[in-house]
Design a protein around this ligand. Structure first.
Ligand code: B16
Ligand code: MG
Length: 215
């Protein structure tokens, strides 16, 4: 049965996916090209360096590693400016209600995010106290769809992967959860996230009962 819930951050608990998109778009535009919202789906859940590599390939640009590092830092500085004023009120609908219900029912909770900015966002939105374990891009370098970020979370919580449910908005994240032998709930578009065990628009559609029914 259910023992733990593992949450992705961007696009599941907080609405930061739009800021990643805006910052990457600004970078691409500064390099003389653009990319679509459809292409942006492929960047969700993917690490910063991997994202940049994909974007540069879309623009047909071959850029030396040193310059790539500078571009990644530049994008991050824009992104950090955009999230600097995030508050508790910026959490996605249903997030706090679900976290409260899980805590009062003693379901363990971990974060499984690719982001190196995760701690900053959790602190600004006052979510940190909900988590029994935090796994982010500073701890795990393998990018989703590699399951490492979620397997590490299960390990820290001392639960089996098969007793975990992963909440994800990214195709790569759903794939990572499945490869880790975990149940997964997709947040977003049904067609995009078809491989998930269940897909909903947002966390208001989820309570403990819905999660337990997956087992
Ligand atoms: P950063 P998640 C991911 O977070 C984002 O979905 C992805 O768009 C981003 O590139 C990645 O974090 C790295 O973020 O640049 O802040 O280290 O969805 O896994 O919580
Ligand atoms: Mg995400």
């Amino acid at each position: 049965g259910l023992e733990a819930c593992l949450f992705d951050l961007d696009g599941v608990l907080v609405d930061t996916a739009k800021y990643h998109f805006l910052a990457w778009k600004k970078l691409a535009n500064s390099l003389g090209f653009d990319f679509s919202e459809q292409q942006n789906e492929q960047l969700k859940g993917i690490s910063r360096v991997e994202s940049l590599r994909k974007i540069l390939s879309w623009g047909g640009l071959d850029i030396p590693q040193q310059r790539q590092n500078e571009l990644a830092s530049l994008k991050n500085s824009w992104y950090v400016d955009m999230i600097a004023n995030m508050r508790h009120e910026d959490l996605l609908p249903g997030a706090v209600e679900l976290l409260n219900e899980l805590r009062s029912n003693h379901v363990k909770i971990a974060l499984g995010s690719a982001s190196k900015n995760a701690k900053l966002i959790l602190d600004n939105t006052r979510l940190t106290p909900y988590f029994d374990a935090l796994v982010d891009g500073n701890i795990v370098s393998q990018s989703k769809p590699d399951p490492a970020v979620f397997l590490k979370g299960a390990e820290l919580l001392q639960v089996l992967p098969s007793a975990c449910v992963v909440f994800e908005d990214a195709v790569a994240g759903v794939e990572a959860a499945l490869r880790g032998n975990m149940k997964t709930i997709g947040i977003g578009d049904q067609r995009e996230l078809a491989k998930a065990h269940l897909v909903v628009d947002d966390l208001t559609h989820i309570d403990l009962k819905t999660i337990q029914n997956l087992f």
